[in-house]
Design a binder for this molecule. Structure first.
Ligand SMILES: Nc1ncnc2c1ncn2[C@@H]1O[C@H](COP(=O)(O)OP(=O)(O)OP(=O)(O)O)[C@@H](O)[C@H]1O
Length: 458
């Protein structure tokens, strides 16, 4: 295969009916349907919606309400918290509980906020929802390791409809939101048999001068070094799907040739004389606004109209926080080092739900694994909030902020002091950093530089 792409067949995805594409407009009486969504409890992800009574906006939650939903949490008081939606504002009031109510990570007696906060009581994490009906109707599905909350399920249905219509699709979304997974779902839903190829290429990684050969193939002798015929990704995807990730990075000249291939359904390899017939579905993705790219002359308008419509937009992870507990569980289950050895504590999950995750799912999965190792090194089977790296999931510093951050820091601790702190804390980087009064990143970098295996310090 040419570099920059790969070819594989995909596992079967069960086809689901599309008739559950419900619309959730306020009902004719203007009644809202607020509720409280339990997303994590007892070190496990949950999906359970507690409903306010018909026409009511207030919900009281305690041990019995949770137990009725099959959720047992000994740290929750009998009458623990009242949550109210009033004039589009959430009010959370502790009802004199023994272990307190936490709103967005802070213990409160009472708190009001315009946006739905993350609420924790005992070992249970919850999200208030203004309209519980989509969550009740669609739930949350984990299939073949892919976690899909209500918004992703809706998106998947839309992608399936587009695929069945025979059109191409443009997938928009921040890095790590799952655009490639969507492309795979598009391929599967196209009804193309499993033996048909799915070929993915990240256009940002293709060198400009090699792009034509990589995409369209080359005949032997077409250029210095072309010692054999090469197929090209378009031909490799023949009969299946070509996924062009970061499509905005394609050179304008290559864009023109790609458009021609798609219009004529023929590809001419470099140095070739006879075009070859191809039948390829294109699925493209980008984190850029292609319309702006067209307006500013960096993307061809004609290609945009060929592959840029219809578009689907993947929400950032911070817009679908209910998936976070399930993704953490996926991360722990995916490695034999952590599987069945550690679980995610409620405070860890809460901390994860409060970070913006600019790297989205990819970043959360990676940081969950690091946190799990930190918990294991410290001999606790439950991942604590302090096991989450301080820098993990935080917004990336802008250039201006990095200048501020570049102010001289407190002097770096001596290596002996770092190692002593690590020994005292049995290899727990977070606690060693707290003991030294420096950031966790600083201790972690020291550990990595020195090649210290923190497990030996347990
Ligand atoms: N809903 C999900 N459930 C489970 N894993 C997911 C989900 N979404 C994404 N991932 C995982 O997160 C990682 C990043 O996903 P993917 O490569 O599809 O993102 P992307 O948007 O294409 O990223 P980029 O723009 O950087 O190429 C992959 O390991 C993928 O398996």
């Amino acid at each position: 295969m040419p570099s920059g792409g790969y070819r594989r067949t995909l596992p079967t995805l069960k086809t689901e009916t599309l008739d559950d594409a419900l619309e959730f407009a306020p009902d004719t009486m203007g009644t809202t349907h607020p509720g409280l969504w339990v997303v994590h409890s007892g070190e496990q992800p949950k999906h359970h919606v507690l409903a306010c009574g018909e026409g009511e906006h207030t919900l009281e939650v305690g041990r019995d309400e949770l137990a009725a939903a099959g959720i047992l949490d000994g740290r929750v008081s009998r009458r623990h918290v009242r949550i109210e939606l009033d004039d589009a504002r959430w009010t959370v009031r502790d009802l004199g509980s023994r272990n307190g109510t936490f709103v967005d990570g802070r213990r409160v007696q009472s708190a009001r906020s315009l946006s739905a906060p993350v609420v924790r009581i005992g070992h249970t994490v919850m999200l208030p929802v203004g309209d519980r009906r989509p969550y009740e109707a669609r739930g949350l599905v984990v299939r073949d390791g892919v976690v899909m909350g209500s918004s992703l399920l809706m998106l998947r249905d839309r992608i399936a409809l587009i695929a069945l219509s025979g059109a191409s699709v443009l997938i928009l979304g921040e890095t790590g939101t799952g655009k490639e997974l969507c492309a795979e779902a598009f391929h599967t839903a196209s009804g193309q048999s499993l033996s048909r190829p799915f070929v993915a290429v990240n256009c940002a990684t293709i060198q400009k001068e090699l792009a034509e050969g990589i995409l369209f193939g080359a005949r032997r002798g077409a250029y210095t070094g072309a010692v054999t015929d090469t197929l090209g990704l378009v031909q490799a995807a023949n009969g299946g799907t070509l996924f062009l990730d970061e499509v905005a990075e394609l050179d304008l000249g290559v864009q023109a040739k790609l458009l021609r291939v798609l219009e004529t359904k023929r590809v001419m390899p470099l140095g070739g004389v006879t075009p070859i017939e191809v039948n390829v579905r294109v699925c493209a993705a980008t984190h850029k606004d292609l319309r702006v790219e067209v307006t500013e002359g960096r993307f061809r308008g004609d290609l945009y109209f060929r592959i840029g419509r219809p578009e689907v937009r993947l929400p950032a992870l911070r817009e679908r926080r209910e998936e976070i507990p399930w993704l953490i569980e996926r991360a722990l289950a995916s490695s034999t080092t952590t599987r069945a050895k550690v679980t995610a504590g409620a405070e860890f999950v809460e901390a994860c739900m409060l970070r913006p995750w600019p790297g989205n799912v990819r970043e959360l999965l990676a940081e969950s694994k690091i946190a799990a190792l930190s918990a294991m090194a410290a001999h606790h089977g439950s991942i604590l909030a302090t096991d989450l790296d301080e820098e993990a999931g935080r917004a990336l510093a802008s250039a201006d902020e990095s200048e501020v951050d570049a102010r001289p820091e407190a002097p770096a601790p001596e290596p002996e002091a770092i190692e002593a702190a690590l020994r005292a804390e049995h290899g727990n980087v977070a606690r060693a950093a707290a003991r030294l009064g420096v950031t966790r990143g600083r201790v972690r970098r020291y550990v990595e530089r020195q090649g210290i295996d923190v497990r030996t310090l347990r």
